[in-house]
Ligand binder design. Structure first.
Ligand code: FAD
Ligand code: SF4
Length: 437
């Protein structure tokens, strides 16, 4: 009889337990979204810097389909049954939210009403308003690995069509940047037998090479010139994707001048362009800019900054075990780098920032740094300036005195210099978008 009673109880109460569980789960998700949105507003973080969703709340029916549709998972949160961008730093413009919306309440836009985003004018053949200067990949506004690869290939096809047969210049085309767009355009130039040169300020692979360790890249099968179809569809780890690209680079003998930065792009009065880099000056008939939108890391301009122990982004905190590390900067990436290195065994971390507080960073990161400082894992030097980087120490000006700090490695996280001023100097038309498609 007891068994029958228990079964009846389960029969009656199981749905109620399920409903309660569902409601509790929803309540928790709502609270998490509210907290993330509050953090975003406190850190004065605006919308994502590239293409991102804009929600028409008058059309939105609050179904929440856009939230799990985003491959990055953390970007959109539902608050009072309406979607909000709660973590803009993770939005990379997949656009999956727009496809998931059953009532067409999402459009993808650049910038916001208060913050404009500069997008260079690019014709359907990827040429700017300056004949001979082409742009492909994320710099032109369209993010994602697949788009960058497709555009790189198409831009070279346009350059081949526009090429003047008589060769007057050292190069037919110089490609700047070796991310996915740069890789596919270099392969395209090889296929078309163009006399070309590819220059990369950092290492081969572009932004993908600097994704966090183990990051899952969502992309699809692509078609690379010379190579044909490359199956990278669905989910692939950053490491596996890079392995594929490096294998292609080796097999097809793709040449990239890594560690060489373009510093100036000028028109040559005799026709074509002159490109000045950190290693030389070149003349070319056409230029293909595949430099993405992340710019060039801002340097400190202090003696010793060219030492190999100085880097501009954290790749893997484990490299810093047992080392004395200086992190420079006050934004989220500086705070995240300092905190993760301080967790490594035997490390000591000094965090130098020129301002009096970390007001630009997320409160969560500020709290972590405060806790690490109290636990004496990090020394924070507010209102300080790095004056010199030497082999075994750094010189930091702090409270009107020079301090010598033992040092094995330096990470400078002082933001990036965007390429837009250089484009404008050359006369390339740049449109500022305020929440527009
Ligand atoms: C955290 C994160 C996660 C992402 N996840 C995904 C994902 O899952 N799926 C997806 O499809 N996309 C993803 N993206 C977006 C994707 O990485 C970019 O859209 C893509 O890399 C753009 O390719 P690109 O070749 O145009 O530019 P980039 O990959 O940015 O390459 C530009 C290259 O140009 C170089 N360069 C810049 N200036 C100069 C100069 N003056 N001289 C010489 N070289 C220069 C840079 O060093 C860089 O190597 C993600 C982006 C980020 C930041
Ligand atoms: S998918 Fe569309 S309708 Fe549903 S919550 Fe998102 S924006 Fe609103």
């Amino acid at each position: 009889m007891d068994i029958v009673n228990n079964l009846v109880l389960v029969f009656y109460f199981f749905p109620a337990v399920l409903v309660l569980f569902y409601a509790f789960n929803k309540y928790q998700k709502h609270n998490r979204s509210v907290k993330k949105l509050e953090e975003r507003l406190a850190a004065k973080q605006d919308v994502p810097s590239s293409l991102h969703p804009d929600f028409d709340l008058s059309k939105c029916i609050g179904c929440g389909a856009c939230v799990p549709a985003c491959p990055e998972k953390v970007v959109i949160g539902l608050i009072n049954r309406k979607p909000h961008i709660v973590d803009p730093s993770h939005c990379i413009g997949h656009g999956a939210c727009r496809l998931a919306c059953p009532v067409n309440a999402i459009k993808l836009v650049f910038g916001s009403k208060t913050r404009g985003v500069d997008i260079p004018f690019v014709s359907p053949s990827f040429e700017t308003n300056i004949p001979g200067v082409f742009i492909a990949g994320e710099l032109g506004g369209m993010g994602l690995v697949r788009n960058a690869i497709t555009q790189g290939k198409q831009a070279v096809e346009s350059i081949v069509k526009a090429r003047k047969k008589a060769r007057k210049h050292q190069y037919d085309v110089i490609i700047i940047g070796a991310g996915p767009a740069g890789l596919s355009s270099t392969l395209g130039a090889m296929k078309a037998k163009l006399n070309h040169l590819t220059i990369e300020q950092d290492s081969f692979g572009g932004t993908v090479a600097h994704f966090p360790r183990g990051k899952i890249v969502m992309t699809s099968t692509v078609n690379l010139p010379l190579v044909g179809k490359v199956n990278i569809g669905g989910e692939i780890s950053k490491e596996d994707l890079l392995k594929k690209w490096i294998a292609i680079k080796k097999k097809y003998k793709v040449k990239v001048n890594t560690g060489e930065r373009m510093e100036k792009l000028e028109m040559d009065p005799q026709g074509g362009f002159v490109i000045s880099t950190t290693k030389g000056v070149y003349k070319t008939q056409a230029v293909l800019l595949t430099i993405g939108r992340r710019g060039t890391p801002r340097t400190l301009g202090v003696p010793g900054e060219n030492k190999t122990k100085v880097v501009y982004r954290l790749e893997d905190p484990r490299e810093y075990q047992g080392k004395h590390v200086l992190v420079v900067g006050g934004g989220d990436s500086a705070l995240e780098a300092a905190h993760s290195i301080s967790e490594e065994e035997g490390s000591t971390v000094t965090l130098s920032y020129r301002s009096a507080s970390f007001s630009r960073a997320k409160p969560k990161n500020q709290d972590k740094i405060n806790a690490a400082e109290q636990a004496q894992k990090i020394t924070v030097l507010y209102k300080s300036n790095v004056k010199a980087i030497e082999d075994n120490r750094v010189i930091i000006e702090y409270q009107d005195k020079m301090h010598e700090v033992p040092n094995d490695a330096v990470i400078i996280s002082a933001g990036g210099v965007l390429p837009t001023p250089m484009l404008k100097d050359l006369g390339i038309q740049v449109n500022t978008k305020y929440g527009e498609e």
